[in-house]
Design a protein around this ligand. Sequence first.
Ligand code: GLP
Length: 259
Amino acid sequence: MEIIIRSSPEEAATTVADVVEPYVRRGNTVLGLATGSSPVAAYGELARRHREDGLDFASLSTFLLDEYIGLPEGHPETYFAVIRRDFVDHVNLDPQRVHSPNGNSDDVFGEGARYDAAIRAAGGVDVQFLGIGTDGHLGFNEPTSSLSSRTRVKTLTDRTRKDNARFFDSEADVPRHVLTQGLGTILEARHLVMVATGSAKASAIAKAVEGPLSAFCPASVMQLHPHCTVVLDEAAAAELTLTDYYKSVVANKPPQQPW
Ligand code: GLP
């Protein structure tokens, strides 16, 4: 795991864009997208590079991590709508190749297996954006999610529904059920790129990065992944203990070593 600590959320976003950009330039990449506020600034920076430097997304496919169940089609807070607003509408991705779990499927319990098969058929995710919940959730894999889980229906904790109430008129409007890529599904992506900023994430980040591998902190599953980059601002890094080491690794990174 490579832990990169930047002095501001803006610098963290630039670093995330720097990590992802080579995958976009390579072409035919399968990009794993995440919603939530954490990756929004990095999406903005990638969109700026598209606008100003011609960074070309035309050959890419994307798969979203998760989706609410039961929000009416066209609801502005479906992750289908959010990812378009935050990213897809600002770059030249082919809308036909922007995939998300269908939270309105007639067969919502069969949707997970279909979604995992679609990811596999596309060749698997090359680089996966990730945020982290204050309870350590990854996607919508809440504490005690199986570390080898596949895409499936999950029930949100009250804490996550409270955290996400800011996007809805009231907490009661936040759906209780969701579809999320499983932790096992996420681990199959070839490169995980997590971004977390702000003090509200400091405790979850410390548990995920330095705590024991545990289903009680689902994001700790990143410790099993062979290529995982965690980009933080100082506030999100505040409860880590080995900070000086992480900073010296980045400062002394061999010049030719890719992120
Ligand atoms: C949400 C999403 C996650 C996201 C996390 C943190 O509920 N399902 O994918 O990483 O919670 O959200 P935010 O980045 O807004 O803090």
